[in-house]
Ligand binder design. Sequence first.
Ligand code: HEC
Length: 130
Amino acid sequence: MNFNYSLSLLGFLSLMSISTSSWSSPAENTYKTVCAVCHAAGVAGAPKVGDKVKWAPLIKEGQVQLTAHGYVGVRGMPAKGGKPDLSVKDFAASLVYMVNLSGGNWQNPDDATLKKIDAEIVRRQAQLRK
Ligand code: HEC
């Protein structure tokens, strides 16, 4: 490998690492700005991101249930992560981000799954009002 070539390769590689480290997905962004306050360190009993033992039973509940119940809120978990204008879709995406760092392998919900999540949110809210 000649000197010039390795220099330009180096430049290219450092550019790559800059662009990948400063680019964060919308889901990661929501996680960092809304959820991480509690879920990064496990504040107030929040399941900590990366704690596979804590997350395993939650992941088992399935994406529809867990997303809907988290969105509605449960005990110390505030509805919509405490951000009233957070959409179901954005909430779901940030949850996928957390789940996939915690032993799961979820995809962002497609339209059909989002519909099921919406329906479960309505069902859950009605149940809590009783
Ligand atoms: C103010 C702190 C706080 C914030 C902010 C927060 N959470 Fe939570 N979360 C909690 C706590 C505490 C629990 C545990 C609730 C329990 O089981 O008692 C929890 C539990 C959950 C659960 C499990 C719910 C269940 O059915 O057991 C999910 C899913 C979840 N959070 C997702 C999120 C997402 C996604 C965000 C960001 C959009 C978020 N949380 C933001 C505190 C928080």
